[in-house]
Design a protein around this ligand. Structure first.
Ligand code: FPP
Length: 246
């Protein structure tokens, strides 16, 4: 498992895997069925529910998903509105399920540009699920890793640079979320192979896994394959392989 950037992880979630997912392919999935893109996003919520349920069975204690990037504001106004409504409704409908399944929900990212009803839904979902311990589900909304790092840097006024732990704490604060462990495995669905400004600091030593599967089709077996591949990797964090280190 990765070293935590937090000196004292806030939850037991620091003891398992942190998996991050770029949930790509909703639009193409819908287009292939002759349906509007919004339908692909709705199917994406179903896929996320499936993966959140399966995650603890694979040793995952923190799951961070990219629901809306800061650059997604550049999409057509109708799609942005549909995504904001979907997020608000999904948060409201999923809260009880999260409480029942011992899932803590956090939203990561800027809140000052979100519609007020969504901000209220976020605050209420976070409060209702705060004691969840089985899985920490972090949903990135209006998120940009580069913007977060720039804002975090602007908060630092000491002459000496911050330690990694100090910087991680500031970064978490600008994204209105507690400090999370480093990402162990970053999965991107939908066939593209890029990071798209997601968790660039937290993924410094993440293993990357790309799959052509469209996000609405991604299921528990796909997650199992990704985690199995991760477990076969040799993580060295810049050191030598064990055999060569003597
Ligand atoms: C990328 O697919 C997906 C998104 C920009 C949105 C993902 C959002 C969800 C799955 C909803 C999450 C909801 C909750 C409650 C967390 P794309 O639209 O870029 O697909 P494309 O590459 O095929 O066009």
């Amino acid at each position: 498992m990765a070293q935590s950037t937090s000196p004292s992880p806030p939850l037991s979630q620091g003891t398992g895997l942190h998996v991050a997912i770029i949930m790509d392919g909703n639009g193409r999935w819908a287009a292939a069925r002759g349906r509007p893109r919004a339908m692909g996003h709705a199917a994406g919520v179903t896929a996320l529910r499936r993966i959140a349920e399966a995650a603890p069975l694979h040793g995952i204690t923190t799951l961070t998903v990219y629901a809306f990037s800061a650059d997604n504001w550049n999409r057509p106004r109708s799609e942005v509105a549909a995504l904001m409504t979907l997020l608000r409704r999904s948060l409201a409908t999923e809260v009880d399920r999260c409480v029942r399944n011992d899932v803590r929900l956090s939203i990561v990212g800027r809140r000052d540009r979100l519609p007020n009803p969504l901000v209220r839904a976020i605050e209420s979902a976070e409060e209702a699920t705060a004691s969840g311990r089985r899985l920490w589900l972090r949903v990135a909304v209006d998120y940009s890793a580069r913007d977060s790092m720039a804002r975090a840097a602007a908060c630092w006024s000491q002459p000496l640079p911050p330690t990694r732990e100090e910087f991680a704490a500031i970064l978490a604060a600008v994204d209105a979320s507690p400090v999370a462990p480093d990402v162990d495995l970053l999965i991107r669905t939908g066939g593209e192979q890029r990071l798209s400004d997601f968790l660039l600091w937290e993924s410094a030593y993440a293993e990357l896994y790309f799959t052509p599967r469209m996000w609405p089709d991604f299921d528990a077996a796909d997650l199992g394959r990704a985690v199995a591949e991760y477990r076969r990797r040799d993580r060295r964090f810049g050191a030598l392989p064990q055999a060569a280190a003597g």
